[in-house]
Design a binder for this molecule. Structure first.
Ligand code: IMP
Length: 211
């Protein structure tokens, strides 16, 4: 490891996401967020896959800042819906309406999923959460990992924790929905936790090689 720690940009303005990566990937890195780069603009997530979106954001922000950049894209994939909501997870029931906050949008999205799955029996309600991570430098991709969490879509919302589709995502091994888990319990099994845990040894190796 060189004496000056490598600076890595997290392609997010969400302080929670940056803190999570810092906590899980270690302190031998100087972590930065998009908030440090005023006027940097937003890169549209218009790819057909989680991988495409993560790559586009990582390469775009790495190019704009000259920094190594980590970007993620995640969402819910439901087998009976042909993989929907997939990359459209955040906007499955339409774009944000005036005055609407994230919780309201999440409820709308959940309502749409439950409506589409009406009458679908339990054994066909299989689904997974997917998180794709990409680390890039301005010239190209350095690392990519993917984490998943398998489960079943319930028939109604259960639990108060988490966000997004957590209240309708049942984890058979725990006999609970993700919204019934604490943040620590969720992190230990989640798609995002799994993708970050897979990235950790690869990043450590890469950082050692650039002495
Ligand atoms: P993002 O790529 O992390 O912004 O996630 C996109 C969308 O996928 C979110 O707005 C949620 O609807 C859904 N999603 C991603 N991860 C989770 C999760 O851990 N729980 C519930 N919903 C999720």
């Amino acid at each position: 490891m060189s004496s000056v720690a490598k600076k890595i940009l997290v392609a997010s303005t969400n302080p929670g996401k940056i803190a999570e990566l810092r906590a899980m990937l270690g302190s031998d890195v100087r972590w930065a967020g998009l908030a440090e780069f005023e006027g940097i603009g937003e890169i549209e997530e218009d790819g057909d896959t989680f991988a495409e979106n993560a790559r586009k954001k990582a390469l775009g922000y790495a190019g704009a800042t000259g920094l190594w950049t980590i970007a993620d894209d995640s969402g819910l994939v439901i087998d009976a819906l042909g993989g929907d909501p997939g990359v459209k997870s955040a906007r499955f029931s339409g774009e944000k309406r005036k005055g609407e906050d994230r919780t309201l949008i999440d409820h709308r999205n959940i309502a749409r999923v439950l409506e589409l799955l009406k009458g679908v029996p339990e054994e066909k309600r299989t689904a997974k959460f997917v998180c794709r991570l990409c680390l890039a430098e301005p010239d190209g991709i350095l690392l990519e990992t993917e984490g998943t969490l398998q489960g079943l879509i319930t028939e109604k919302e259960i639990g108060e924790n988490g966000f997004g589709y957590d209240p309708i995502f049942f984890v058979p091994g725990l006999n609970k929905t993700v919204a019934q888990l604490t943040a620590e319990e969720k992190n230990a099994i989640s798609h995002r936790g799994n993708a970050i845990r897979e990235l950790k040894p690869l990043l450590d190796k890469l950082l050692c090689e650039i002495i």
